[in-house]
Design a protein around this ligand. Structure first.
Ligand SMILES: [Zn+2]
Ligand SMILES: [Zn+2]
Length: 238
C-alpha cells in the first residue's frame, strides 16, 4: 500500500453504519503541511529513539477551517511519544490521561508482580498455570476498562464509545483510537473545526515487516481505524 508522493493521494474513505454509506475526506491537500512537519520533526521532538530498537512511528496532520474561516494545521503522533500521551502542541488522546493513569498504573503493577511470581515457580505446575491465568484475566479486564475510557465525537455533535462501533463478539484491537486520524478528527469535532484534508506518514526506522518506510504516506489502517472512521467522519460531507 505504499503511495509515492508524486501521485495524487486518493481520498480517505470509510463506511458509516448509521448513514449506510461511505464518508470521504481529502488527503492530497494536507501533504504540503505533512512535508513541512517531516522536515521539522527531528528538531521539534526528540526523535532519535525512532531510529533505534523502538523503530518508527506514524504521524499525521489535519488541515481544518476555524469558525472564523482561518485554515489551521493540527498534528498528531500515533499512540504515545516516549511514554507520554500528551505533548504540548500535539492533539491529545480520546480519553482523559488522568483517568487512564489512575486506572492503569495499579493494575499494571499487579500484572507485573504476578509475572515475577510466576517466574519463580517451576513450569507446568498447577500453581504456575493458575498464576498465569490470573494475570491473563487481569490484563483482559484492564484492556476492557481502558477501552471504556475512550469517547469519540463526530461532526453531527454525537459521541459514542468504542463498544458502540465494534460488534460485541469481535474484540477491539489493542491501540484502537490511538492512531493519528481518530485523534485529529476527534479533536476537530470537539473544537468546532471543519476538516479539509488529513494525511498520515511514517517517520523513523522502517518497521520490522518493511511495510512502513520513512517519508511515505499511508491511508488509515484497516484493523483499528476502518471500523471507527465512518462514525468520526459523519456529519462532515453530505
Ligand atoms: Zn489506524
Ligand atoms: Zn454517517
Amino acid at each position: 500500500m505504499v503511495q509515492r508522493t508524486r501521485h495524487t493521494l486518493p481520498a480517505q474513505r470509510a463506511f458509516c453504519r448509521h448513514c449506510d454509506r461511505e464518508h470521504t475526506l481529502d488527503r492530497e491537500s494536507a501533504t504540503g503541511a505533512a512535508k513541512k512537519l517531516m522536515a521539522s520533526l527531528d528538531k521539534e521532538l526528540s526523535t532519535e529513539y525512532l531510529y533505534g530498537k523502538a523503530r518508527g512511528k506514524m504521524f499525521g496532520v489535519l488541515l481544518c477551517q476555524t469558525p472564523a474561516g482561518d485554515t489551521i494545521t493540527l498534528k498528531a503522533f500515533s499512540g504515545q511519544f516516549r511514554g507520554r500521551w500528551k505533548v504540548k502542541g500535539w492533539v491529545p488522546p480520546l480519553f482523559s490521561v488522568e483517568d487512564f493513569d489512575s486506572l492503569n498504573t495499579p493494575v499494571e503493577q499487579k500484572i507485573k508482580a504476578l509475572g515475577r511470581e510466576a517466574e519463580r515457580i517451576p513450569s507446568d505446575t498447577p500453581a504456575k498455570r493458575a498464576l498465569l491465568l490470573q494475570r491473563k484475566q487481569l490484563s483482559r479486564q484492564l484492556m476492557r476498562n481502558i477501552h471504556a475510557l475512550y469517547r469519540l465525537h463526530n461532526f453531527k455533535g454525537e459521541q459514542c464509545s468504542l463498544f458502540d462501533l465494534f460488534p460485541e463478539k469481535q474484540g477491539i484491537p489493542t491501540g484502537t483510537g490511538d492512531c493519528c486520524a481518530p485523534k485529529l478528527l476527534n479533536y476537530a469535532a470537539i473544537h468546532n473545526l471543519r476538516p479539509l484534508g488529513l494525511v498520515e506518514f511514517y517517520h523513523g526506522r522502517r518497521n520490522k515487516s518493511g511495510s512502513r518506510r520513512e517519508g511515505e504516506f499511508y491511508p488509515a489502517c484497516e484493523n483499528k481505524c476502518a471500523p471507527i472512521l465512518g462514525f468520526l467522519l459523519c456529519g462532515l460531507s453530505e
